[in-house]
Design a protein around this ligand. Structure first.
Ligand code: 6DK
Ligand code: ZN
Length: 382
């Protein structure tokens, strides 16, 4: 292509551009009782670094909006909407009391702005996905909070109110049912260090959504616990084989381990599935320096994973922020990802980047299970 094709063309479209979505209103959600890792500065720090590196000025700014009740209803029970909407009218005392309760029962906090921020986070994710699906932009990054992947159809939990990515997925499948921009099969790749139980639950029996997650999973000890992040959880009914779990047995996994899993499991299955659209549930809490995740993925590691996923679905890909608690690490990681979606060349990983024995063993266990559903996963020598 020529330089001019990089610019917005005459019909006002910008098909060759990457999009970025950010609204500082989403900083209003904060813990009224105590310091909390899911802090407002997470998103402003990412946006500031992308700006400083000249990324933002090269991207098309996608306007954020609030999700509406009918869209949330594509995934969630309406009791969840009503409960959260009511909280906007709680006084300080009641909010503090609710926080203490919600923290123990569901790892959640809220203030009087949380309902608004949850609507913006979900609506913003929809807007980004819609802009890509319609062909207005090629790909994009939605810098949103609160996160979404733990939110189940009937339960908010784990810092998440609405499942932003799940709602956006249903929105796309509904709006782009037919026509040239058809979105039928969606791949959701979740590299947040925690298992996205909510996303998996939403699509458990749905063959039109392939959910793949890499996460820490230690005898159900690491959040969210329970059995659902294990490699033998593969979906049910028509969705059998379209949930793929890659459960790391310890902390400390790094670039070599993640890239090994991508080469052996993620990419073969993704290519065989042939999605129409890719969404990355991009938590950066497996990043080096994150005290909750305690893993070692570098910005370059995230860049390489993004690069591989970008080869799918004709590059129709939305990156959506989930967790990540070291603000400097998440900003540098987001920068690595953003450079890739902007088509900047990705440097090689350092020579000697290799996977550990635990990754080899984990991948072997996943392959044994998934080889029943995917031709691309060899059964020999397992
Ligand atoms: N609570 C997420 O990153 C959310 O997956 C993770 C939720 C973890 C809850 C348990 C936990 C803490 C830890 C330290 C201080 C306070 C609370 F949804 C995402 F944001 F993406 O570690
Ligand atoms: Zn997480």
């Amino acid at each position: 292509t020529t330089a001019s094709s990089e610019e917005d063309s005459e019909d006002g479209s910008s098909r060759f551009k990457s999009g970025i979505l950010y609204d500082s209103l989403m900083m209003l959600h904060s813990n009224p009782v105590e310091e909390h890792p899911e802090a407002p500065e997470r998103i402003s720090t990412i946006f500031r670094l992308l700006k400083k590196h000249g990324c933002v000025s090269r991207m098309k700014r996608i306007a954020c909006r609030e999700v509406i009740k009918e869209e949330v209803a594509l995934v969630h029970d309406m009791g969840m909407w009503e409960g959260l909407e009511r909280s906007a009218f709680f006084g300080r005392e009641l909010l503090a009391e609710q926080c203490r309760m919600l923290e123990t029962t569901s790892s959640l906090y809220l203030n009087e702005h949380s309902a608004l921020c949850a609507r913006l986070s979900c609506g913003g994710t929809i807007e980004m996905c819609d802009a890509i699906a319609s062909g207005r932009i090629r790909n994009g990054f939605a810098i949103v909070r609160p996160p979404g992947h733990h939110a189940e159809p009937k339960k908010s939990m784990g810092f998440c109110f609405y499942n932003n990515v799940a709602v956006a997925t249903r929105f796309l499948q509904e709006k782009y049912k037919e026509g040239p921009h058809r979105v039928k099969k969606v791949l959701i790749l979740d590299w947040d260090v925690h298992h996205g139980n909510g996303t998996q639950a939403a699509f458990w029996e749905d063959p039109n959504v392939l959910y793949i997650s890499l996460h820490r999973y230690e005898n159900g000890e690491f959040y969210p616990g329970g059995p659902y992040g294990g490699e033998s959880c593969v979906g049910e009914g028509a969705g059998r084989g379209t949930s793929v779990n890659i459960p790391w047995p310890t902390k400390g996994m790094g670039d070599g381990d993640y890239l090994y899993a991508f080469q052996q499991i993620v990419m073969p299955i993704a290519v065989e599935y042939a999605p129409d659209f890719v969404i990355i549930s991009a938590g950066f809490d497996a990043a080096q320096g994150d005290s909750i995740g305690q893993c070692m993925v570098t910005p370059l590691g995230y860049a390489h994973m993004t690069y591989m996923l970008n080869s799918l679905a004709n590059g129709r890909m939305a990156v959506v922020l989930e967790g990540g608690y070291n603000v400097d690490a998440i900003a540098e990681s987001a920068l690595g990802v953003t450079k890739v979606i902007l088509n900047e060349p990705t440097p090689d990983l350092p020579a000697g980047t290799a996977c550990g024995a635990l990754a080899v063993e984990t991948v072997r266990r996943v392959a044994r299970v998934q080889s029943r559903y995917w031709k691309s996963i060899a059964t020999s020598e397992l």
